[in-house]
Design a protein around this ligand. Sequence first.
Ligand code: PAF
Length: 281
Amino acid sequence: MRVIEHIEDLTPLHHGALVPTMGALHAGHGSLIERAVAAAAGPVTVTVFVNPTQFGPKEDFSKYPRTLQADLALAEKAGAAAVFVPDASLIYPDGLEAAARESAAWPLPPAATEPKLEDAARPGHFGGVCQVVARLFDLCKPAAAFFGEKDFQQLRVITQMVQRSAGRWGSLRVVPCGTVRERDGLAMSSRNRYLTPDRRDTALGVYRALQMAMSAQRPATAEQLMRETLEQHGFTIDYVAVRDAATLLPVSGLETPCRALIAARLPEVRLIDNMAMPVWR
Ligand code: PAF
């Protein structure tokens, strides 16, 4: 497996599969890479870049876990052909101040700004995500890019960005991959490392809340059940929502594919998770 730091070295990997990450890889990333290896005709490149423009001023950019040696081992074991570890100056050649201005003005697809979801809690986040993912697509020229459903809104935003890109990335396919969970249901996340052992059990409240939502026959009931369960576990809720799974628009019934979405905070960590709602016809 190659470790790549220069743009020129990416050329042999063009038209393969891309797995963009911010590092701190876990088994969920491993399954994304394995999925890409199994599905792709070409080589699989994993990118590791902690993107400053998608973090708010009070967020965890500086303490975000950086575990490059372990990331390289995991990527190699999962079958990656290369790991691209760019310096910030390569992603943002005009400097970070210019990058921050560009990210704030990024023309966002509609799924990014749906009220009462991520944008309300993390304004500016999706500008940074779109900016860095677009840059990685420009540099790596993948035929397919693999993203986890754990960040469901991000997946929808990137899918819409590619659909609206008028062929900027050729016939690039965005491939969604199911969330990988611990045995007890906690969705795998790089930020789970912030959980102290006693909070680890509390964190399961997010999974329990989603499971409660699955029994509901109406979106409003599902939202109420999620809210109650999270409050019982001591979470501060950023949002609970049941939305159309494609557009993320609000829904009044569950006759079409919908997604239950949660973002909730414990003192040391903000957790997000989601689940497909059963369709009632
Ligand atoms: O999901 C992530 O890890 C990041 O948001 C991404 C897509 C790699 C962009 O920095």
